[in-house]
Design a protein around this ligand. Structure first.
Ligand code: Z5A
Ligand code: MG
Length: 220
């Protein structure tokens, strides 16, 4: 059976360098002659993404659960694209994914299980890399911006939920792929080297079908 493309997710705290590192990773794939596509969540280009964009810019208000479901729907609307790319051997690199969805909404006080539910069954990354940085170090990278969640206390809570998710994903032998923490406080080039060292073994394709996130949480 021919190999499928690898599904790589880069998550992390704000200003941890997700967009920087996903762009560098894409360039590594291209330089190696391996087809790859970079996706970013939220994808603000779709109709749902535009609603999310105006919420994040505080030009519209939405119930906390309603915006959570929109973030999830924004991923589901791209599932067929992800599946098709992987099936033809293209690597998919994602800048944020379902883990951000849980981390941000649970940090507002919504139950963790409730937050996870709409994303159960999404394609599971083969590898999730979590860029870890202290809120203090993140602040030195230009400080927090104008968007809704860019406040220090919120970022601290988000970090705690991400750590819980990482422990669950990395529980061993699960269907949810592998989760690795990376110290994102180091120089860009150092982080890039560490990311590539983890991704390279999968870069030319992976065996076996695409797995699904949290399928053990489904009771029917
Ligand atoms: N959100 C949600 O609530 N639910 C969901 O389901 C999803 C998302 C998917 C928008 O996300 C918001 O949506 C976000 C979570 C929520 N809320 N917040 N806050 P976004 O992805 O659009 O946010 P962003 O503004 O694009 O990303 P970011 O987190 O702020 O930044 P980043 O991508 O991690 O970092 P960066 O842009 O690559 O780098 C930041 C700066 O640091 C830049 O000047 C770099 O040149 C510099 N940098 C990068 N790496 C380094 C190193 N190693 N050293 C020094 N300086 C560096
Ligand atoms: Mg970014």
């Amino acid at each position: 059976m021919s190999k499928r493309g690898p599904f790589i997710v880069i998550e992390g705290l704000d200003r941890s360098g997700k967009s920087t590192q996903t762009a560098l990773l894409l360039a590594r794939f291209e330089a190696s002659g391996i087809p790859a596509k970079l996706l970013k969540f939220p994808d603000r280009t779709t109709a749902i993404g535009q609603m999310i964009d105006s919420y994040l810019k505080s030009t519209s208000e939405l119930d906390d659960r309603a915006i959570h479901l929109l973030f999830s729907a924004n991923r589901w609307e791209l599932v067929s694209t992800i599946e098709q790319l992987l099936a033809v051997g293209t690597a998919v690199i994602c800048d944020r994914y379902a883990f951000s969805g849980i981390a941000f909404s649970a940090s507002k006080g919504i139950s963790y299980e409730w937050c996870r539910a709409p994303d159960v069954g999404l394609p599971a990354p083969d590898l999730s890399l979590f860029l870890d940085i202290s809120p203090e170090a993140a602040k030195t990278r230009g400080g927090y911006g104008e968007e809704r969640y860019e406040k220090e206390e919120m970022q601290r809570r988000v970090g705690e939920v991400f750590r819980r998710i990482g422990k669950e994903i990395d529980g061993g032998g699960r269907e949810d792929g592998r989760w690795v923490n990376i110290d994102a406080g180091k120089e860009k080039e150092v982080v890039e080297g560490e990311v590539w060292a983890l991704v390279e073994p999968l870069a030319r394709g992976v065996e076996g079908p695409l797995r699904r996130l949290w399928t053990d949480k489904l009771t029917i």
